[in-house]
Ligand binder design. Structure first.
Ligand code: NAP
Length: 314
């Protein structure tokens, strides 16, 4: 175990974690950021971000997180690639366990984000990753030039994925279990009026076909009102049905709600049940879930950590 005690350890490098890094580094706290399996977080899988203030013509999601990282680095943030597997928040300093080693920290900001939710239908797992089932149009869309693809879901992510895929695919089926989209009006209007997007309303996916051949050959869907099953002749299935928060290694030390999201203390968005330990971004926010709100929570957590260190000896 290292005897070095960090002032602040930030876990996660999405908008929330990187904003917390910018603020704590600029406050001379010399933060250490633990970077997990998805550097930059969910924003890196988005194409154009049109609603982040300060970018009147939009900004590429990957570029936006790169800029934040550069800004955090400029003030002295240190980055380390590792996975936090367990924590001990009963002791002081707090203990973060990363496989076979332990990091000691006076304050901790958990900004671990959320991971894509999967449907669990047959064929999905078997054909995930390079075989036709994916959760990222920005990453994989270009592989489906002149092919038919399906997007699952009815939220902003599904609408955005479907619209992005129209650049490559010959046709995009947007499969949604209801007859209205949950997506914001502007995204819903764009998706439903696009001539390459065909809405498949009131339908749930039943099976991804092609397991034996090792590549997606179709998607079986079922109409929820009639029970009729049809096969969409697609080569790609893009799953965009929401996310699950990455809170596993921190519970039950940190309280979570019934959905698994961190549950901040009443009157605060970022203070947890453990003094000096804060949460920020999509791991604790199931309401707004925007890049700008995650950044705002990262800022709040950083300021709280700074105050805690000032009061308790930084
Ligand atoms: P979401 O808003 O939670 O939507 C998930 C969609 O998947 C819903 O339409 C839901 O159907 C459907 N769904 C959930 N579980 C399903 C299942 N097992 N089988 C079939 N369908 C299922 O998630 P999201 O689209 O990822 O968006 C998350 C947040 O990020 C939102 O706040 C959104 O506004 C934001 N976001 C914003 C932008 C942007 O502003 N450009 C882009 C992406 C995301 P129901 O509608 O029936 O519940």
């Amino acid at each position: 175990m290292s005897s070095n005690v960090e002032n602040v350890v930030i876990i996660g490098t999405g908008c929330a974690g990187l904003t917390a890094a910018i603020y704590t580094a600029r406050a001379n706290l010399n933060p250490l950021v633990i970077e997990g399996p998805m550097p930059g977080g969910q924003l890196t899988t988005t194409s154009e971000v049109e609603n982040f203030p300060g970018f009147p013509h939009g900004v590429d999601g990957f570029q936006l997180t790169q800029n934040m990282r550069e800004q955090a680095t400029r003030f002295g943030t240190r980055f380390e690639q590792a996975m936090v597997t367990a924590v001990d928040f009963n002791s002081m300093p707090r203990k973060l366990i990363l496989g076979d080693r332990t990091i000691l920290a006076k304050t901790v900001i958990v900004a671990t984000g959320a991971s894509p939710r999967m449907t669990g239908i047959p064929g999905e797992k078997e054909l995930y990753g390079g075989k036709g089932v994916t959760t990222c149009a920005t990453c994989d869309g270009a592989f489906y030039r002149k092919m038919e693809v399906a997007v699952l879901g009815g939220g902003d992510s599904a609408a955005e994925e479907a619209l992005f895929l129209t650049r490559f695919a010959s046709k995009v089926y947007l499969v949604h279990r209801r007859d209205t989209l949950r997506a914001s009006k502007i995204m819903a209007d764009r998706a439903t009026s696009h001539d390459k997007i065909q809405m498949v309303w009131d339908s749930v996916p039943v099976e991804v076909l092609g397991v034996d051949a090792g590549a997606v050959s179709g998607l079986k869907v079922k109409h929820v009102k009639t029970g009729a099953e049809t096969v969409l002749p697609v080569k790609g299935v893009f799953v965009a049905i929401g996310h699950v928060p990455n809170t596993g290694p921190f519970a039950p030390a940190l309280q979570v709600d019934e959905g698994g999201y961190f549950k901040p203390q009443p009157g605060s968005q970022v203070q947890t049940n453990v003094p000096g330990v804060y949460v920020a971004g999509d791991c604790s926010d199931h309401v707004y879930r925007q890049a700008i709100t995650a950044a705002g929570m990262g800022c709040q957590a950083a300021i709280e950590a700074e105050r805690w260190l000032a009061e308790h000896g930084g």
